[in-house]
Design a protein around this ligand. Structure first.
Ligand code: ZN
Length: 522
C-alpha cells in the first residue's frame, strides 16, 4: 500500500470516470429489469391474444439493452479504468473487481457478431418448436436437425466469446463463471459411484418410506395461506416480492426491491406447492439479500447459477426435509389443515418426504437420484460439444447411460432424450449447475451447523433468522465479486468437496430406509 499523498491512480478524473461507468451499468440494468418484468408478465398474466404485441415489445427493449451493453463509449471507459485500477492505488479490491467484471461482460457482448446473435435466437425459437412437436409425437428425427444446428452455433459462440477457453468451458462460464469442466467432471466422478450405491441400497431396502400420508385433499386457497406463511416465516419479504401462479414455478427479479416467486398447486398433494415455494423462496432470499445499493453492478448480482441453486436447495431440502423443520411445521400444518396430519408425528412426515425412487424423468426425481440425471446430461453435452458424440447417436447414448446408471431403459424418446427443453433452447453448459448447487448447499449447511451450535433448536422453534443471517453474511452480501468456488471456500473455510452432500444424504435417507450407518461411505 502506498502512502495516501503519493497515490496517482485515483485522481479526480479517474473517480469521475468510475462514476460514469457505474451510472452506465445501472442504466443498463434498469433497462434489463424492464425485459425481466415483461418476461414475468408473460408467464403470469398475459392474455393469450396479446402474444404478438408482447413479442414486439420484447424485441424493442432487447435492442435498447443490447445497444447499452455494447456501447463503445462504455468500452473505452472500462479499458481506461482497467489500466487505472490495475496496480491498486487507493482503489478498493471491490472497485477493482467491479471494473474487471464490467469489462469482462462488455468484451463478451462486443465479441459476439450481431449476425450470430440473430442466428442463435432464430435457431432456438425453431428448436423449441421442433422440441415440442418431437415430444408430442415421440419422434426424435423432428428435433435432430435443429439440435445439430444449435450445437454448431453454440460452438461458434464459444470460439468468439472466449477463444482462449475450451469450447465447453466457455459455455459453462456463462452460467458458472470461473468453473472448468475438468474440475466439475472430477467432482462428479467422485460423487457418482457413491450416489449409485446409496440409491441401490435405498431401492432394495425392505423398509421403504411410504408417502401415503402426504396424499390428502387440501383446497388451493388453504394451501395458499399456509405456504405464504411459511415463506414469510423463513424470511422472504413480501413487501419486496410477491407469490403468483404459473405452469413452471420460477423466481424473477425485476428490481432491487422486487423479486417475485411463482408456484403451481396440486390439491391432492401438498408437497408440490410447499416444496416449490420453499425452493423459489430460497432463490428469492438470495436476491433479497443482495445489496440494493449495488443494483446493476457486480456487487449487487448473483454470482452463478450454482450458488443460486444452492440457496433454493438449501431451504427446500436441507431445511424443508429435516426433522427440526417438521417439529416446527407440523403443529402449524395441523391447524391449517384440520384432520390431515392428525395421526402423524414429525418423524413420520419427514420420513414420508424421503422416499427414493429411481425413475426416468429428471423433473420428477427425488433429491438423491436427481444428481444422476444431471451427471448423464453433463457427460453427453460435453461429448456433443467436443464432437466425440454426434447428434444422430445421442438417443442411443442416452438410453445406454440410463440402463447403466439406473437400470432403466426409456420406452420412448419422450421419456428419454426428448424430456428436457434446455438443449433446444440453447442452454448448453447449464445442467451441471444443478448438482453444483446441491454440493455447495450441503457444504454451506455443514459450515452453518458448525458455526451455529443451536441451529437445529432454532429451526425446531421456527427461528430461521440465525441461518438467514449466516447466509446473508457469508454468501448474499458479496454479490458476484467472488466466483462460486472462491465464495464457498471463503464462506465455509473448507475446499469445495462432495463429502458434505454425501454425508447430508446418508444422514437423512439412510435411517429413513432402515440402512445401517456402517454402510455409509467413510
Ligand atoms: Zn432453482
Amino acid at each position: 500500500m502506498q502512502p495516501h499523498a503519493a497515490v496517482p491512480h485515483s485522481s479526480a478524473a479517474g473517480r469521475s470516470l468510475y462514476a460514469e461507468a457505474v451510472a452506465h451499468a445501472r442504466r443498463g440494468a434498469v433497462l434489463s429489469s424492464v425485459e425481466a418484468l415483461l418476461g414475468w408478465d408473460e408467464q403470469v398474466l398475459l392474455p393469450t391474444a396479446a402474444g404478438p404485441h408482447r413479442a414486439e415489445q420484447v424485441a424493442a427493449v432487447a435492442a435498447v439493452v443490447h445497444g447499452s451493453r455494447t456501447d463503445p463509449a462504455q468500452g473505452e471507459r472500462l479499458e481506461e479504468l482497467s489500466r487505472l485500477t490495475a496496480d491498486g492505488g487507493d482503489w478498493t479490491t471491490d472497485e477493482q473487481a467491479t471494473v474487471h467484471l464490467l469489462l469482462r461482460d462488455h468484451r463478451k457482448h462486443v465479441r459476439l457478431p450481431a449476425r450470430l446473435v440473430a442466428e442463435i435466437a432464430g435457431a432456438c425459437i425453431d428448436g423449441q418448436q421442433a422440441w415440442a412437436e418431437a415430444r408430442r409425437t415421440s419422434d426424435w428425427s423432428l428435433l435432430a436437425p435443429s439440435l445439430k444446428r444449435i450445437f454448431a452455433l453454440k460452438r461458434e459462440q464459444a470460439a468468439c466469446q472466449n477463444p482462449d477457453l475450451d469450447p465447453y468451458d466457455a459455455l459453462l462460464d456463462d452460467y458458472e463463471p470461473g468453473a472448468r469442466a475438468g474440475e466439475v467432471a472430477g467432482l462428479f466422478d467422485r460423487l457418482r459411484p457413491k450416489i449409485v450405491a446409496l440409491v441401490r441400497a435405498c431401492d432394495s431396502s425392505p423398509s421403504r418410506p411410504d408417502d401415503g400420508i402426504l396424499h390428502h385433499h387440501v383446497p388451493r386457497d388453504v394451501q395458499d395461506r399456509f405456504v405464504r406463511d411459511v415463506a414469510g416465516r423463513i424470511g422472504y419479504d413480501f413487501t419486496r416480492g410477491r407469490l403468483d401462479t404459473s405452469t413452471h414455478p420460477f423466481c424473477s427479479t425485476t428490481g432491487p426491491h422486487d423479486c417475485r416467486l411463482t408456484t403451481r398447486w396440486d390439491e391432492q398433494f401438498l408437497p408440490t406447492a410447499l416444496f416449490g415455494v420453499l425452493h423459489e423462496a430460497g432463490h428469492g432470499l438470495y436476491e433479497q439479500g443482495l445489496p440494493p445499493e449495488s443494483f446493476g453492478l457486480p456487487g449487487g448480482e448473483a454470482t452463478s447459477l450454482g450458488i443460486h441453486e444452492s440457496q433454493s436447495r438449501l431451504w427446500e431440502n436441507l431445511v424443508g426435509r429435516s426433522l427440526p423443520f417438521w417439529e416446527w411445521c407440523l403443529p402449524h400444518a395441523r391447524t391449517a389443515f384440520p384432520g390431515v396430519f392428525a395421526a402423524s408425528s414429525p418423524e413420520i412426515v419427514q420420513r414420508a418426504l424421503l422416499a427414493v425412487q429411481p425413475s426416468l424423468i429428471r423433473v420428477e426425481a427425488d433429491e438423491v437420484t436427481y444428481n444422476l440425471h444431471v451427471m448423464i446430461r453433463f457427460d453427453l453435452e460435453r461429448s456433443l460439444v467436443r464432437g466425440d458424440l454426434s447428434v444422430a447417436d445421442l438417443p442411443a447414448a442416452w438410453d445406454e447411460r440410463y440402463e447403466r446408471d439406473f437400470g432403466l431403459r426409456p420406452p420412448t424418446p419422450t421419456e428419454g432424450v426428448l424430456q428436457d427443453i434446455h438443449w433446444s433452447a440453447g442452454l448448453i453448459g447449464y445442467f451441471p449447475t444443478y448438482t453444483l448447487g446441491n454440493v455447495f448447499a450441503a457444504q454451506l449447511m455443514a459450515a452453518a451447523e458448525r458455526d451455529l451450535p443451536s441451529l437445529a433448536e432454532d429451526i425446531a422453534a421456527g427461528r430461521f433468522a440465525s441461518l438467514l443471517e449466516w447466509l446473508r453474511l457469508r454468501v448474499h452480501r458479496h454479490g458476484r465479486l467472488r466466483d462460486s468456488g472462491a465464495l464457498v471456500v471463503e464462506a465455509t473455510g473448507m475446499p469445495v468437496s462432495e463429502q458434505w452432500l454425501l454425508e447430508s444424504l446418508w444422514r437423512r435417507y439412510g435411517p429413513a430406509h432402515g440402512l445401517a450407518a456402517s454402510l455409509a461411505p467413510g
